[in-house]
Design a protein around this ligand. Structure first.
Ligand SMILES: [Zn+2]
Length: 278
């Protein structure tokens, strides 16, 4: 499998909120997405980053508050569709989008991929699908980002078909074989959002572990350090969040060669995305 990592825009927020003992300085949080090219099963995206739709959906209250809290920068050339086009990939060439969770910065461009099927943990969508107005806002969910034919194109993970993982994945014990050939293994990373999933994918000898928003900064995993307490207001379950973070800390300690990639850690992403290099 070929794996390429991108970001479609970024937001800014004080580092202090993203990690304990962080600086008050505003730092950038790129909105990552990844392209996974499977030799037989086609092209998959892991999340999508921001799109112009995010700005349409946050024009008025209460959603406008997102823009105040985390101002977003998105250039035309940063859109997922344009970055893929520069590699000769058209939107309809994308066969699947794997959705880590339903926060706006992960699903804003779903509607750009008209032929793609959507793969996600069912509990992630169940918790938000009927949310509107303030209820949706409190879950950082913008219903307008969900395509009209989302249900028809969805292939939610069958959670009763979980598989037992071998020691290579410890302390993660169970997961989901997304494509049936063990090339992409999803694991549950709850706490940040209901039903958040991370995925393992391999490119020759390199194993990647995309952990979405289980931590915003890689340092959080290294130090087993959660964000400022105020972030708990955003999390679906702060206790679960800490549990998940602890597992990631153990995992990274025991598998130092694995590329563990949080979706918004600029320091980590800059190692894979040349345009982010400082
Ligand atoms: Zn999130």
């Amino acid at each position: 499998m070929n794996i390429k990592i991108f970001n479609a825009g970024y937001c800014t927020c004080p580092e202090h909120l993203a990690i304990q003992n962080g600086r008050w300085k505003n730092i950038r949080f790129p909105a990552m997405f990844a392209l996974l090219e499977h030799p037989q099963l086609g092209r998959l995206l892991f999340d999508t980053g921001y799109s112009h739709r995010f700005f349409e959906e946050t024009k008025s209250f209460p959603n406008r508050v997102y823009r105040w809290l985390t101002p977003v920068t998105l250039r035309e050339e940063d859109l997922a569709i344009h970055q893929l086009a520069s590699m000769g990939i058209k939107p309809n060439d994308v066969d699947y989008v794997l959705i880590s969770h339903f926060h706006a910065d992960h699903i804003a461009a779903l509607n750009d991929f008209k032929k793609a099927r959507y793969i996600f943990l069912p509990q992630a969508y169940e918790k938000v699908r009927s949310s509107h107005g303030l209820n949706a806002f409190s879950k950082a969910f913008l219903p307008g980002l969900i395509p009209n034919d989302f249900d028809e194109r969805s292939v939610p993970i069958k959670i009763q078909q979980s598989i037992l993982l071998d020691g290579e994945y410890a302390p993660f014990k169970t997961g989901y074989d997304l494509l049936g050939d063990q090339s992409i293994i999803a694991v549950e990373l709850p706490g940040h959002a209901f039903g958040q999933m991370g995925i393992f994918a391999r490119q020759s000898n390199d194993l990647f572990f995309f952990v979405a928003d289980a931590t915003w900064l890689k340092r959080g995993i290294i130090q087993n350090s959660p964000p400022h307490k105020i972030a708990n207001l955003l999390f679906s379950d702060p206790a679960e969040y800490k549990n998940t973070l602890g597992k990631l800390h153990d995992y990274q300690n025991n598998h130092s060669s694995v590329h563990v990639i949080p979706s918004h850690c600029e320091e980590t992403l800059a190692q894979y995305i040349p345009s982010l290099s400082l």
